[in-house]
Design a protein around this ligand. Structure first.
Ligand SMILES: NC(=O)c1ccc[n+]([C@@H]2O[C@H](COP(=O)([O-])OP(=O)(O)OC[C@H]3O[C@@H](n4cnc5c(N)ncnc54)[C@H](O)[C@@H]3O)[C@@H](O)[C@H]2O)c1
Length: 268
């Protein structure tokens, strides 16, 4: 019988994280969920103390070895939310767990990590580039100031762009690909979860949420995203490295058909 795999899922209490946990457990895998509530490891990934407590608790529970990691924990860009919260949770919370749990993955069996971006990275105009730059510089205080100035709505795609670029910069290095760990990104579109519902109820953007074009004619279901993440974590996805895969019902393709792939030398 194959050895049971141990996978860490952040944001496991709700939405796509909960769907991923359910799917992996139904497959006989051991999931260590990390969330603000209702989780094996209850921790606030928006703070340095919460991140290191989470890494310590996972290390202890997993005996220093994990086979998979998915960083679903994230916060929506709503009118009344501070941009700085998004910088700290969506970007720094994700990077801290990817970095902090990488040594555990390196000891795992066919280890794989998946970070979470969004199609807002390419479908939402007006992204504050200074937030992206400060995130990628590892400057959390600076990113928080820039994010508060930009507001949460604009900061959301900035944090999701920064995490995608962080993955593309790191996936190919000795620490990841060289250590046999696959590292990739899933960029969901509109998926029916409590987070999407909170954007629908927002006083500013709420009325636009269901006007956003989704060519397949419906929102995604959390389990559809969980299924793809399960594939990326599995034995058939070992050739994926630094990929950013949009799973969005066609919104990005419809809005920007020729923007990707971009021929080398033709700029960003
Ligand atoms: N739903 C969508 O349409 C959509 C689209 C693109 C990307 N995403 C991204 O997918 C991820 C999951 O979203 P979802 O829609 O399932 O949302 P959700 O709100 O249902 O779940 C997010 C989970 O993250 C947890 N979380 C938030 N802040 C945290 C913190 N500081 N520490 C620990 N856990 C924290 C929440 O408690 C919650 O359980 C997010 O990163 C989101 O940005 C969602």
């Amino acid at each position: 019988m194959a050895k049971q795999r141990t996978v860490v899922v952040t944001g496991s209490a709700s939405g796509m994280g909960a769907a991923t946990k359910a799917r992996l457990e139904a497959d006989g895998q051991r999931v260590i969920g990390v969330d603000l509530r209702d989780a094996d490891v209850v921790a606030d990934l928006g703070t340095a103390a919460g991140r290191s407590a989470a890494i310590d608790a996972v290390t202890e529970r997993a005996d220093g070895v994990i086979d998979g990691l998915v960083t679903w924990a994230g916060v929506a860009g709503l009118t009344k939310t501070a941009g700085s919260l998004l910088a700290s949770v969506n970007y720094f919370g994700s990077v801290a767990l990817l970095d902090g749990l990488r040594p555990l993955l390196a000891r795992g069996d066919r280890p794989a990590a998946v970070a979470i971006s969004s199609n807002s990275t390419t479908c939402q105009p007006g992204i504050p580039m200074d937030v992206i730059e400060r995130c990628l510089d590892g400057d959390e205080p600076g990113a928080r100031v820039a994010a508060d100035a930009a507001g949460a709505m604009a900061t959301y795609p900035a944090t999701k762009t920064a995490i995608a670029w962080w993955v593309r910069r790191h996936a190919t290095t000795d620490e990841w690909a060289g250590a046999g760990i696959t590292l990739n990104v899933v960029a969901p579109g509109a998926v029916e979860t409590p987070l999407l519902q909170s954007t629908r109820e927002d006083e500013t953007i709420g009325k636009f949420i269901d006007l956003f074009p989704v060519p397949v004619g419906r929102k995604g279901e959390p389990d559809e995203l969980a299924a793809f993440v399960q594939f990326l974590l599995g034995a058939d996805a070992r050739f994926f490295c630094g990929s950013v895969v949009f799973v969005d019902g066609g919104s990005d393709a419809q809005l920007r058909a020729d923007d990707f792939p971009r021929p080398m030398g033709r700029g960003r």
